[in-house]
Design a protein around this ligand. Structure first.
Ligand code: FMN
Length: 189
């Protein structure tokens, strides 16, 4: 059982519950739940309402697509992410549709969208693990990516699994308490 960290101030239970697991159960995610996750992402705020987030996703019932996604991960993430029933690649659209200028807030807005998706997941008993460890080259080889999109993260989504099935080293991290800087370190002036 993951120990609960000490929250310095009260926060919503869906935020309290959130952490990034590496052990997922093989329970599939209902398609309507999956659509609710992306619907939550859709309703994030964005600069100029550009909505610069895009996604590729697959669940394990679509074996070929899931395997293509899995193939994009670095080895360290392949050690555990294959237990997740759903894998996602997130993208930003790098330039504004209106004037083709560079959208310097695109990453920010993708982060807001993933934040929405994550909290929606938490409300449904699901967990999300973001990953920077993947190959952009393999993403471009495996999928037909429209011009102007840049892959940013991959994401594993699912229900909590059994940490005993992980290697000793990963299990240790899995059951460790979450660490954060104290709140007062966040304020710079
Ligand atoms: C953008 C981003 C990239 C990450 N990349 C990886 C990754 O490649 N592999 C991994 O195991 N965890 C990855 N993580 C998970 C972080 O290590 C994790 O969120 C952090 O240690 C805090 O732990 P918590 O989410 O359980 O609170 C990533 C998280 C984010 C937000």
């Amino acid at each position: 059982m993951k120990p609960k960290p000490d929250f310095q101030h009260p926060i919503h239970e869906f935020l309290q519950k959130r952490w990034s697991p590496r052990s997922f159960s093989d329970k599939p995610i209902k398609h309507e739940y999956l659509l609710s996750l992306f619907e939550a992402a859709r309703w994030a705020a964005s600069a100029m309402n550009e909505q610069p987030w895009r996604f590729i996703y697959a669940d394990k019932s679509d074996k070929d697509k899931y395997n293509k996604l899995f193939n994009c991960l670095v080895d360290a993430n392949k050690l555990w992410a294959g237990t997740a029933p759903v894998l996602v690649i997130s993208f930003i659209k790098t330039h504004f549709e209106k004037n083709n200028e560079k959208n310097k807030w695109a990453m920010h807005d993708l982060g807001l969208a993933i934040g929405n998706l994550t909290i929606q997941a938490s409300s449904l008993g699901l967990y999300v693990h973001n990953m920077a460890g993947f190959s952009i080259e393999i993403v471009k080889k495996e999928f037909d990516i429209p011009d102007g999109l840049e892959p940013i993260t991959m994401i594993a989504i699912g229900y909590l699994g059994n940490p005993d099935l992980l290697s000793e080293k990963l299990k240790e991290r899995e059951i460790a308490i979450q660490q954060r800087k104290p709140l007062n370190e966040l304020f710079i002036n």
